[in-house]
Design a protein around this ligand. Sequence first.
Ligand SMILES: *Cc1c(COP(=O)(O)O)cnc(C)c1O
Length: 427
Amino acid sequence: MSTTTTPTQNPIAATDPEIWQLVDAESKRQATTLEMIASENHVSAAVMAAMGSCLTNKYAEGYPGRRYYSGTGFYDEIEQLAIDRACELFSCKFANVQPHSGANANFAAFLALMQPGDTFMSVVLSEGGHLTHGSPVNVSGLWFKPVHYPLVKDESRKDCGYIDYDEVARLAKECKPKIIMCGYSAYPRTIDFKRFREIADSCGALLVSDIAHIAGLVAAGVHPTPFGHAHVVTTTTHKTLRGPRGGLIMTNDPELAKAINKAVFPGCQGGPLMHIIAAKAVSFGEALKPQFKDYAKRIVANGKALAAALTKRGQKLSSGGTDNHLVLVDLRPNFPDLTGKQAATWLENAGIVTNMNTVPNEQRSPLQTSGVRLGTPALTTRGFNESHMDQIAGWIDRVLRSNGNEATAKTIRADIAALCAKFPMPH
Ligand SMILES: *Cc1c(COP(=O)(O)O)cnc(C)c1O
């Protein structure tokens, strides 16, 4: 259902006005504010329609040609199309399109490649890693042993804020991990997959690349691909890839592919979400079109423009800038008393939706933080360009320097709503 559908056209409005009112209000919120959460995007009407289709009614446990229920003929074709398109998009041999989310994709990969108690390496959550990369509250940290490799934290080094590859190599020799994870949630720089593979080979580890954030950039060739280096690649489908909320696992190795398929089903999931798999196929089809390459290039151009415009205004960025869709503002030098939580609230009041984020060498708790994470994928989908990034950086700078002034937020919010009116949501 398109977000532009009016209440009278929408079946939810007729049967459940209480929920409809909230959906409608949310659609207005999205239309009138700047969506700058780096992990979010706006899907096409076709992707949205596939998610809202009759495919949700069916059980199709198993894989194409090997199902446990009758009536699954069309589902075999849909899932095979999703698999074929994923393989074409990322130039790989095997894809499992069933993981319900990125977290499930990572859990299935761990289940396929490790035994409980095995050691693996990753970046800790507070330095840009993900919950599923060994957090003590997640199964990845409860059942497996994470050893975290650091970012460079010496401010006098020009690669401060970058992955400390020498330390990755040293730790890998020391702890002999089963898996080395690379791929992050708040890392603004290009990942050197070749270097990671050399390190993995030096200690007999498998390289797992989690490209959840950068999948769209990889698909379009504006970030180097992990294929040819990583043994297994996991991702979400809903971030820069601009598909439905979901997960995906890929490999070129037939033995690993078998283990991954078993780990997803029956290992840790039941019936696949076939409406979501159809929506994945639709989004992969969109990403295979030439326009998507252009979209991904504009995401990065906007990221760099945003970083430059913030730097010009005296804001401090973690690692000094960005190579991708993501910018991490370090509030500490300019606003030592301002938490990321407070800053994100002020920005939201002004119509700029972001999230608080920890920064390297973080002293505050993950519920307060000293940083704000910004992203350009959703803004770029709406058609905002580099000159808008300068305007938006100006607003962000003003909000942060206004000390939460309500009148300033109100003025900016009105200006943003006026600008947004010229950039309608995809429909
Ligand atoms: C977003 C993300 C995930 C998890 O995605 P969900 O779909 O929210 O489970 C996994 N890994 C990384 C690096 C991510 O950024």
